[in-house]
Design a protein around this ligand. Structure first.
Ligand SMILES: [Cu+2]
Length: 280
């Protein structure tokens, strides 16, 4: 009977590895089961970090699974009639199994610093200072093209309009529809009107908490046109599931055309004024 349990435990690493291999290669029912396609030029570093940690933890998972199997197999009670010898701890072993995970975690913490800085600290710069040269001290940070305000339960989106500035009369407003131009560095400003939300663009490998009272900046460079998901990744209330938006990546011409049309549409509704109230 003991042998049965050891085989059962051996199935854990075997099936675990099999699932990952099938998912990564998108075989059969695992088609599109793995990460969605990455459309962000800055997304590759996140993917390689993810895969690195997956392989590292995968090796440890398989190794512990095999050791567990081997001990169950070798020390099966039916085959070992000798009395059990109890051990009362080993200081050396405890030091080893404390230091190894600590060193591994420290290594990952240092190894990922560049990815973190790329995603959260190094906001794109414009070389529009007096010397017109990129990489010099007079470079200015790129202003946001769009501002996203999360609220229960939608994404309110505001575009800078033709003057390139947010907060001016030519701003364009949408709800849940995020349009951006392809092959361009885009800076996005994120706020929350009420509670914690999480702005998540899975195809861009971008996820950022929207914190009330704070203004965050995100940036990405989409390299493929199309329609993608925008979702809230933080349980923010009963209507959390409704915070599903759409990300439209378009060519510069299409984007400008859309923005212009949207602005004209907006002007017309403003001219008409709010809908008239009923007589009573
Ligand atoms: Cu939310």
């Amino acid at each position: 009977m003991g042998r049965f349990w050891s085989i059962l435990f051996l199935l854990v690493p075997v099936l675990g590895v099999l699932t990952f291999v099938l998912a990564i290669n998108e075989v059969g029912p695992f088609y599109r089961h793995w990460l969605p396609v990455n459309i962000n030029d800055h997304g590759g570093i996140i993917d390689s970090l993810f895969m690195f940690i997956l392989y590292l933890t995968g090796v440890i998972f398989v190794a512990t699974g095999l050791v567990l199997f081997w001990f169950l197999w070798k020390y099966d009670v039916a085959k070992n009639r000798a009395p059990v010898k109890f051990s009362h701890g080993s200081h050396t072993l405890e030091v080893i199994w404390s230091i190894l995970p600590a060193a591994t975690l420290l290594f990952i913490a240092i190894y990922q610093m560049n990815a973190w800085a790329d995603a959260k600290l190094r906001r794109p710069l414009l070389s529009t200072g007096p010397d017109k040269t990129a990489g010099t001290r007079d470079d200015v940070v790129q202003p946001p093209l769009v501002e996203v305000t999360a609220r229960q339960f939608e994404w309110r989106i505001r575009y800078a309009g033709s003057d390139g500035q947010i907060g001016t009369p030519d701003d364009v407003y949408t709800v849940n529809d995020l349009h951006i131009p392809v092959d361009e560095e885009v800076v996005l400003q994120l706020k929350s009107m009420d509670v914690l939300h999480s702005f998540f663009l899975p195809h861009m490998r971008v996820k950022q908490d929207a914190v009330p009272g704070m203004k965050q900046f995100l940036w990405f460079r989409a390299n493929r046109t199309g329609t993608y998901d925008l979702v809230c990744a933080e349980l923010c209330g009963w209507g959390h599931y409704k915070m599903r938006g759409r990300l439209y990546v378009e060519s510069r011409q299409q984007f400008d055309k859309w923005l212009k049309e949207k602005f004209q549409e907006q002007e017309q509704t403003e001219l008409k004024g709010p809908p008239a109230e009923s007589a009573e």
